[in-house]
Design a binder for this molecule. Structure first.
Ligand code: CJB
Length: 825
């Protein structure tokens, strides 16, 4: 064995033989197998273990340096982190991808094959969770002291299977055979209290003291996932909490007299971190979900305070200098009353002093305007689970109401509107209001969204707290979303403009001057074709379906939601099919429409749309009259690792949400970065993408936010469009027949009903014709090969703004006020 394999030399010095020796060592010593017996899974684990040596050394150095420098750090609280796979990412970030690939080749193993063994870490639903993952990548890359805090779900987002066209949910078991990256830290276990009652006591000077006697105590066990920055200098950590039964039984409550009920209410401790709630955007209102939120916030705050006290003892005066906590949506908003409880009840600070600290520590990101996604909890539920927190929330609100009265004296309607408590037949706690009141900064996630947060969601808060509401446009990490997922394009870019772009994405601008260069166009489109061939192979494997790589690959990948309007795409596909049936010479460039989407298990219409896409696909793909002009592909189990294969192969990016509904979108950025041209509405970050690439390099259609609002105010009637536009009528009527579902007439009718009988809430029909026209423009543009290549290149070249490094810089400058901390090798 190579002696160097045992030490922790700098990754920059690792060569093929070192890496080979380390992998073999782990095959033998960690996995108890050998080169002849090992299957791909064992090779994958041994390769991860070889990498993890460097990862952990980087982590150790980073933590030591941060400790010695007593750095201010950001703590990113998020119920979701959609990490995907880590091997390729860690290899790339340490600059060891080629070394590992060569080493494994000499051992007779393909790195890309063994990478396929890694289960996705799917501890998130979609955009919000993936954003958190991109942000911690950028934080480490920019050498900023940061910790991600979340939940160590035993089961991440469900695995989707498609049976006879319909979505079936299967449990996700990402850790069944062990996860090579995570480290359990039993030395940092925390205890979390739940249920019980509050006792009021009187201390010295008549001070009111509150004592919470919990009915139940659970253990939070931390699991650390190292987060390797690009070039491997800083290795931060993602700390995820797993719930376990506490060894400690709360006799105190039991003895206090008949609190059997409290015991009955006791949730099974292990269920808390059992499963990720699979709803994207909507709130389930389930007790267990609130417990999950409180569980991870409480563990994380105690962890932060433990670390702070190690350096500062009981001196709270510097807490807000050292700690900033970013709340990823309202899911962790319960952290605000929890910190108040710790400061007032445990540390015995005055209320005002405690509130002063809180409101300098928390910042809140809003990710949606959809009313159903704005979290509210029944006050009675909070009272039962967290009785002391409800008291604190009432006290925060009481003092806040006094502020409102000062600003708008005697205006009770204003008080009712802004109150944290929504009065009604059931009192509800508005977590959005709590978050705005308890934070020093509130941001939306794209210019347009932030404008709407100010003007329509929280206008009075904007008046009350001028400057608190701001914008930070989302971004994506170019390390994963170009360098790692599209190696051929990355190499081409390296050759053209140098290798610095993954850390300074504005450098891509250097490609713009080659956009009309014929040779570069050919090279760029050759890479696209190769990527399309790879995806075609994936489609063959997954669905046993042949697709033509010379066709336009038109891709819509995102959660299934009415506002994202996958059904608009579907209606248009059906219309094209109809045009071809009516006129076999219908002139269009062949197109493959490719979808990837999971629907929340309880979201009936979303599941119906998946079913409809699959049924329409069956029919079209098997109809010889279509003559291969259209293929429809629904790739099951859309997830990060599948996105990494679809995005590099896309020609057209579908971003077709109703204007005003998509807060930002980040898939739009990933696709454009990889040279896909967007067909989209003026919604979310599409607006900023259009500004960057210019109107000639994007296909914008549909109503603007203002037009949507005007039409709604005027009284939108989808029937007007149904009767006026024969194509719309024909397509919707088609859904009612059994044409796509032989023997089952009406199986697709719920889509028609939602559009005609239920008022078409997302104005699909109002935008249909303009979408169809934009698609004709796409078709024409694609036929001009050079023009299309130019557009694709410009899209890649102009994505500099959308690196998550820029988002993080904006957070740092405007909100977090953090400084980088260099880690010496
Ligand atoms: N978003 O993924 C979610 N879940 C929610 O509950 C609310 C919003 C998405 O967040 C992304 C990251 O900010 C946005 O890009 C996306 O528009 C939004 O829907």
């Amino acid at each position: 064995m190579n002696a160097k394999a045992n030490n922790t030399q700098s990754p920059a010095k690792i060569d093929k033989s070192d890496f080979k020796a380390a992998v073999v060592k782990h095959l033998h010593c960690t996995l108890g197998t050998d080169e002849n017996k090992a299957n791909n899974h064992a090779w994958w684990k041994a390769t991860c273990a070889a990498m993890q040596e460097h990862v952990l050394e980087g982590l150790r150095k980073t933590q030591k340096t941060h400790y010695l420098n007593d750095t201010r750090a950001v703590h990113y609280f998020s119920a979701e982190f959609l990490m995907g796979r880590l091997l390729s990412n860690n290899l790339q970030n340490f600059g060891l991808f080629e070394v590992a690939s060569g080493a494994l080749k000499e051992l007779g193993v393909e790195l890309t094959d063994i990478m396929e063994q890694e289960p996705d870490m799917a501890l998130g639903n979609g955009g919000l969770g993936r954003l958190a993952a991109c942000f911690i990548d950028s934080l480490a890359t920019m050498e900023l002291p940061a910790i991600g805090y979340g939940i160590h779900y035993e089961h991440g987002l469900f695995r989707q299977e498609i049976k006879s066209g319909a979505q079936i949910e299967r449990p996700d078991s990402w850790r069944d055979y062990g996860n090579p990256w995570e480290i359990c830290r039993p030395e940092s276990i925390q205890e979390v209290s739940l249920f019980g009652y509050v006792e009021t006591k009187y201390g010295e000077n008549g001070r009111v003291l509150k004592e919470w006697h919990p009915g139940s105590i659970v253990k939070g066990v931390p699991w650390d996932i190292p987060v390797v920055g690009y070039e491997g200098k800083t290795v931060n950590v993602l700390r995820l909490w797993q719930s376990e039964a506490s060894d400690y039984f709360n006799w105190d409550v039991f003895n206090a007299g008949g609190y059997v009920d409290a015991q009955r209410e006791n949730v099974q401790a292990e269920t808390i971190s059992k499963v990720l709630y699979p709803n994207d955007e909507t709130e389930a209102g389930k007790e267990l979900r609130l417990i999950q939120q409180y569980f991870f916030c409480s563990c994380s705050l105690k962890d932060i305070i433990r670390r702070y006290k190690r350096a500062h003892g009981d001196d709270w005066s510097r807490f807000a200098d050292q700690v900033v906590i970013q709340l990823n949506d309202t899911h962790p908003a319960i952290a605000i009353p929890e910190l108040m409880r710790i400061l007032v009840d445990r540390a015995e600070l005055d209320w005002d002093q405690a509130w002063g600290i809180c409101t300098q520590v928390f910042a809140y990101t809003n990710h949606t305007l959809l009313p159903e996604a704005l979290e509210k909890w029944p006050a009675r539920m909070i009272e039962k689970i967290l009785p002391r927190h409800l008291e604190i929330i009432y006290e925060i609100n009481h003092r806040f109401m006094a502020e409102v009265d000062k600003k708008w004296p005697g205006d009770n309607a204003m008080k009712a509107k802004l109150s944290i408590i929504e009065e009604g037949h059931e009192k509800m706690v508005r977590m959005g209001h709590l978050s705005v009141i308890g934070s020093f900064a509130v941001n939306g996630v794209a210019e347009m969204h932030s404008r709407l947060v100010k003007s329509s969601l929280f206008p009075e808060f904007d008046e009350l707290y001028p400057g608190k509401l701001t914008n930070v446009t989302n971004g994506i990490t170019p390390r994963r979303w170009l360098k790692a997922c599209n190696p051929s394009l990355s190499k081409l870019i390296d050759k053209k403009i140098g290798v610095d772009w993954p850390k300074d994405l504005y450098k891509l601008e250097g490609l713009a001057k080659f956009a009309s260069n014929k040779t570069f166009q050919k090279q760029f489109m050759k890479v696209k074709l190769e990527n399309k061939e790879l995806l075609a192979e994936e489609i063959r494997q997954s669905l046993d379906l042949e697709v033509d790589v010379n066709a336009i690959f038109d891709v819509q990948i995102k959660r299934l939601h009415e506002y994202k309007r996958q059904h608009l795409n579907l209606l248009h596909i059906m219309a094209l099919y109809r045009r071809i049936l009516e006129n076999p010479d219908y002139d269009m460039h062949p197109r493959v429409f490719i979808f990837g989407a999971k629907a929340a298990p309880g979201y009936k219409l979303a599941k119906d749309i998946i079913y409809a896409i699959n049924k329409v696909a069956d029919k079209i793909n098997n109809d010889p009259r279509v003559n291969n002009k259209i293929k429809v592909v629904f790739l099951p189990n859309y997830r990060v690792s599948l996105a990494e294969k679809m995005i590099p192969a896309s020609d057209v990016s579908e971003q077709i949400s109703t204007a005003g509904k998509e807060a930002s979108g980040t898939g739009n950025m990933k696709l454009a970065l990889n040279g896909a041209v967007t067909i989209g509405t003026l919604d979310g970050a599409n607006v900023e993408i259009a500004e960057e690439v210019g109107d000639d390099n994007i296909f914008i259609f549909g109503l603007t936010v203002e037009e949507v609002n005007e039409l709604k105010a005027k009284g939108y009637n989808p029937l007007d469009y149904y009767y006026k536009d024969p194509e719309i009528k024909a397509v919707l009527d088609w859904l009612e027949t059994d044409y796509f579902t032989p023997g089952k007439p009406g199986a697709l009718v719920s889509i028609k009903q939602s559009l005609l009988d239920h008022g078409d809430p997302y104005m699909v029909l109002a935008d249909y014709r303009s979408y169809s026209d934009a698609q004709i423009a796409v078709d024409e543009a694609y036929r001009d090969k050079e023009r299309w290549a130019e557009m694709a290149i410009i899209n890649t070249a102009k994505m500099g703004k959308f690196t998550s490094d820029r988002s993080i810089k904006d957070y740092v400058d405007r909100i977090w006020k953090l400084s980088p901390c260099k880690i010496e090798n």
